[in-house]
Design a protein around this ligand. Structure first.
Ligand code: MN
Length: 698
């Protein structure tokens, strides 16, 4: 059968070539070769030889069934399904992953062939020309295949896959670790032989013959440790683990006793995987002791059989049974092992039907899901989130409306802060309020993009509502002063003139100071008389030019045109001074305006000026405040209300974020005079969400 499969694969792949330039059929032969190292059954080896024929040649499943029987046809079909999923763009997507797990959970041999296939492809990855493709394949290997190999205990394949992927994904880090390992080996290599010898001698003295050897850790496993803990590696225990192989399970514990009596054991580092094997059937005792010369020594104590399972996992359980050779699930169970695929199959069920949380917590320990956290709604619906997710992420994963209204969360029945990180199996109940005021630090309460963009949208909407309210109120006020009413009035002419889409948009523009209430009034009532206009504005705006003499008096040249300094923006109440230029124009400055420094010493251009009583009673001027405000929706509304209550009129607002929790705002205002402005600033400072308020100088 092997011979027929060999010839058939060769003939079918014909003249196809690999990226390496080798004939294609060399690949299935290599894959079959990898599997022979694990002494797999004939059907698996034949499957390896045929694994690409359905995918890459015109051969069908029916033909394979006719030639090699249904068993082989099913296996080849299974591997082909996996290859197809692999080609689908988003391998890591939950749905694809579910199908993938479903396909491999039927027969462990499908997974073994697939792993050997991937291993050979990784060994020849360098021949793939596209760097993006190389990276995708390496990433997928690390994220999916290596964890799967570990899951069924095929440690040797897992380790090689990880190293090959690491080499492609992060050659710089890997080389750095390898150089460091070389240096440490040169320093401490002698110690390895010495320590092995000492351990063996101690055991021998206790009549426990043992095979002891040191094993250098792989660069990738060192790298993972370096990522988990931000410490360097310098000790022997960071790079070497010692294997102590004894004859029987009882000898494992005896050996442990001898070792712990000889050297102090490091607390919390002792683990008994013999009485409690890992899910992938790994069995061994782990301990770390402070050994000879005070060196920390990490040890794994196990029998030959345990060692083989540790290296080969399920592949250690292939044997003759009923005159055929295959995977001996019963034999493995009799030996205290578990069906390695049972947990995968259960995981599929859990993913399909929700399942109970207890079970899921167990399954979610699968390393392949380490970057995800599975939680439940109170009704038992499964929600998967990136690990590190918090209740707001959960709420937005359910529905945007739920997220927007979330004010708290119960986790496993207990009220918890929104800052709580969710764990596998948590039952999360969202507590909703009528309308949630988003906490100022919401950015630190979410990690998912979905939650963050939804919150940003909600905040923009709240802001918009506030501007609209503000705009509507000021327009209403202006109309009332002119003896008019907004009620039942069509604003269509205004919408047309300012090209705004709706009344709401118009009020928003007024609120933001892009359109003044006066412009709205004049557009609706073009024939409005001066009296009504004056009544509407009450006060006269302080402006430049000849008319400005109404507001400022003092040593002014006849017919001088007055200007107000655009930098210091004097308002009635400020102590002011004038500077005369060559054409006898006068610029009015506040006495401490920085621009005045330029005229120091030039006494003849300075003019002493005062505000007129007219200015103090009937003028209105623009001023600007700069405020630093806590970043929370609703704050803007508060600020606007405070200014409105103090009789100020906001004509413009602009915000720019400074950092996560505060933003700077420039508030352009109409005020009567300095005292008015000071009152408004004081009222703002009294508001708890306002950090600082200063008068702005441009
Ligand atoms: Mn292949």
């Amino acid at each position: 059968m092997l011979n027929r499969a060999y010839v058939y694969a060769m003939r079918m792949h014909g003249a196809q070539l690999r990226a390496s330039g080798d004939p294609y059929y060399a690949h299935p032969i290599e894959v079959a070769g990898i599997l022979t190292e694990y002494r797999l059954d004939t059907a698996s080896i034949v499957t390896a030889l045929l694994h690409d024929v359905i995918e890459d040649t015109p051969v069908t499943r029916t033909e394979i069934a006719e030639l090699f029987g249904d068993e082989v046809a099913d296996l080849v079909d299974g591997v082909t399904k996996l290859s197809k999923l692999e080609l689908a763009e988003h391998m890591r997507q939950a749905e694809n992953l579910r199908k993938f797990i479903l396909a491999i959970s039927k027969d462990v041999r499908v997974l073994m062939v697939k792993l050997a296939d991937r291993l050979h492809n990784m060994r020849t990855l360098g021949f793939i020309k596209s760097p993006a493709k190389r990276e995708r394949i390496a990433r997928e290997t690390l994220d999916i295949y290596a964890p799967l190999a570990r899951n069924i205990g095929v440690h040797r394949i897992c380790a090689e896959l990880e190293e090959l992927a690491f080499e492609h994904l992060n050659p710089v880090a890997r080389n750095a670790i390898i150089r460091r390992l070389e240096a440490l080996r040169a320093e401490q290599g002698g110690a390895v032989a010495m320590v092995s010898h000492e351990i063996a001698a101690k055991l021998e003295a206790a009549q426990l013959p043992a095979r002891v050897y040191g094993r250098e850790k792989q660069p990738y496993s060192i790298w993972r440790k370096l990522q988990r803990k931000s410490i360097g590696f310098s000790q022997l225990s960071d790079i070497y683990a010692f294997r102590v192989i004894v004859d029987s399970e009882a000898d494992c514990y005896r050996a442990l006793g001898v070792i712990h009596r000889a050297w102090a054991c490091v607390p919390e580092r002792f683990k008994d995987f013999i009485s409690t094997p890992k899910r992938n059937n790994y069995r061994s005792l782990h301990t770390t002791v402070v050994g000879p010369k005070g060196m920390r020594i990490e040890m794994q104590i196990r029998t030959e059989t345990m060692d083989r399972v540790a290296e080969e996992g399920v592949a250690a359980h292939w044997r003759y049974k009923d005159r055929s050779y295959g995977f001996d699930a019963e034999g493995m169970e009799a030996a205290g092992g578990r069906d390695p695929l049972a947990n995968l199959r259960q995981l599929v069920q859990v993913l399909e039907h929700g399942g109970d949380s207890e079970e899921l917590v167990e399954h979610a320990k699968l390393e392949m899901f380490l970057d995800q956290v599975f939680v439940f709604t109170p009704k038992g619906k499964l929600i998967s989130l990136p690990s590190g997710a918090m209740p707001l992420d959960f709420a937005y994963a359910l529905h945007t409306d739920i997220g927007d209204a979330t004010i708290g969360a119960k986790i496993n029945g207990e009220l918890k802060p929104l800052r709580t990180t969710l764990h596998n199996g948590d039952v999360v109940e969202v507590i909703r309020g009528a309308k949630a005021a988003m906490p100022a630090d919401w950015r630190s309460l979410t990690i998912t993009g979905r939650a963050r963009s939804a919150i940003r949208r909600a905040i923009r909407q709240t802001e918009k509502d506030e501007f609209q309210r503000l705009g509507r109120a000021t327009v209403d006020q202006t109309f009332q002063r002119a003896g008019k009413s907004l009620k039942g009035l069509s604003l269509r002419p205004v919408l047309e003139r300012f090209a705004t889409a709706s009344d709401d948009d118009l009020f928003d523009a007024v609120g933001r100071g892009r359109i003044t209430p006066m412009q709205v009034l004049e557009t609706v009532y073009p024939g409005l008389g001066d009296d009504e206009k004056a009544a509407a504005s009450e006060r006269q705006r302080i402006g430049d030019g000849k008319g400005a003499r109404l507001f400022v008096r003092g040593e002014l040249p006849a017919n001088a045109t007055l200007h107000f300094c655009p930098h210091c923006r004097p308002i009635p109440g400020d102590r002011i001074v004038g500077i005369v230029d060559e054409v006898k124009d006068v610029t009015v400055h506040v006495i401490d305006c920085v621009l005045l420094e330029a005229f120091e010493g030039g006494g003849e251009v300075w003019r002493d000026l005062q505000w007129t009583s007219e200015a103090e009673k009937h003028s209105i001027s623009n001023a600007k405040l700069t405020a630093t405000i806590g970043d929370a929706p609703g704050v803007l509304g508060q600020v606007c209300t405070i200014i409105g209550e103090a009789g100020g009129n906001i004509v413009g607002l602009s915000m720019h974020h400074r950092h996560a929790q505060f933003f700077d705002t420039d508030i352009e205002l109409e005020v009567r005079d300095l005292r008015h402005l000071t009152n408004i600033a004081a009222a703002l400072r009294a508001c708890p969400t306002v950090e600082t308020v200063e008068r702005a100088r441009d």
